[in-house]
Design a protein around this ligand. Structure first.
Ligand SMILES: Cc1ncc(COP(=O)(O)O)c(C=O)c1O
Length: 361
């Protein structure tokens, strides 16, 4: 059941220009196509018969098919450049969007990207994001298994190997709090954009729905609460993890307090993160996700991805059908991107030409 993440501390909200000034003090390279559009989706809204649905198009942040990580990399690459690095080292699964966006940005900055990719569900098939990593010139090391929690040791070993060869690596750590709070500033920026866009429309959002592990929700929730937006934020988690997600998101948000010198003080119990739409495991398409991809595509021409945004949209659709969100309300869906992965999941869509393109059971 969705509860509330409204601010209990009743700290005075920060105005947009004060927050913008604080954010502008942090080193940042600007390469995203920002602000991303906030689009009303009339046909999706009508198909679901619930709240007005707006989509914030972070799938269109520019650079190699865009996505949420472009915002994060604006801050991370600034830190890497400031440290004099010539190579960024990072990792995730083989269809990682975070690695694909880093590969593109590294190319653009004349740096190398060294990726450590866990085999995961899709393995080393040269499609979707992995194909793009190689097109973009990233060096790729594949490690067996599906467990992303092995990454820190592999990233450290890769950095040591590169150093021994005379390179200057900079690690974007996996589950490393410092990296995460820096990256999360990208979503403080997104909150600033969204607040300005809603104000310009004369609207307030009752709810924001998004796919997220921790960095994106931490930055966005921090921004929403800092600005005093009267909006509930619901994160649909794509991955089961061993640690407590609420604690992790609150810890990253605490890092933002420090970085920006503005205390918002997000507590773990203000974080709403839902595991109900993960399905069998991270990276495995679900029936509800497939339905969401077809519905968004066929009502709005909007492409969702198989791993994150389709499951988040499945959660939004389910909440509308269950009446958690109602007609007369306004909901913003943050489209965090990931669309190139769809090509690696062509078979999972279960589409063919003979049935007019209707998903088979
Ligand atoms: C498309 C997409 N959405 C959401 C997320 C989650 O973002 P975060 O890890 O910043 O919470 C990711 C992360 O890889 C992603 O690729």
């Amino acid at each position: 059941m969705v509860t509330s993440n409204a601010s209990r501390a009743a700290a005075a909200p920060t105005d947009r220009s004060t927050l913008q000034t604080a954010l502008d003090r942090v080193p940042r390279l600007r390469f995203g196509h920002l602000p991303t559009a906030l689009e009303f989706c009339p046909r999706l809204t009508a198909a679901l018969g619930g709240p007005d649905i707006f989509v914030k198009r972070d799938d269109c942040t520019g650079i190699a098919f865009g996505g949420n990580k472009v915002r994060q990399h604006e801050f991370l690459f600034a830190a890497a450049k400031a440290a004099g690095a010539d190579t960024v080292v990072l990792g995730a699964a083989t269809q990682s969007n975070w690695c694909r966006q880093a590969s593109a940005i590294a190319a653009r900055l004349g740096m190398a990207a060294s990726l450590v990719l866990v085999h995961g569900v899709k393995g080393p098939v040269l499609q979707g994001n992995l194909l793009l990593d190689r097109v973009l010139g990233a060096e790729v090391t594949i490690v067996p298994g599906t467990d992303l929690e092995v990454l820190p040791q592999h990233l450290a070993a890769k950095a040591a190997e590169l150093k021994a060869k005379g390179r200057k690596p900079f690690v974007f750590g996996w589950a490393d709090l410092r990296t995460q709070s820096t990256a999360a500033l990208g979503y403080v920026n997104a909150a600033l954009e969204l607040d300005a866009q809603l104000t310009a429309l004369g609207k307030q959002a009752d709810a924001i729905y998004l796919a997220g592990f921790d960095v994106t929700p931490a930055g966005l929730l921090w921004g929403i609460r800092a600005l005093g937006m009267p909006t509930q934020m619901v994160t649909l988690n794509p991955l089961q993890v061993s640690g407590d997600r609420h604690l992790q998101i609150a810890a990253i948000a605490g890092g933002i307090d420090e970085r920006l010198g503005i205390r918002v003080g997000i507590e773990p119990d203000q974080v709403i993160t839902i595991d109900d739409y993960i399905g069998p495991a991270y990276g495995i398409m679900t029936d509800a996700g497939r339905e969401a991809i077809l519905l968004a595509g066929r009502t709005e021409g909007l492409i969702l991805d198989p791993v994150y945004t389709s499951k988040a949209m499945a959660g939004l659709i389910d909440h509308i059908r269950k009446g958690t969100l109602k007609k007369g309300q306004t909901v913003v869906f943050i489209h965090t991107g990931g669309t190139p992965a769809l090509f690696a999941y062509a078979d999972d869509m279960k589409l063919d030409l003979a049935d007019g393109g209707i998903a088979k059971a």
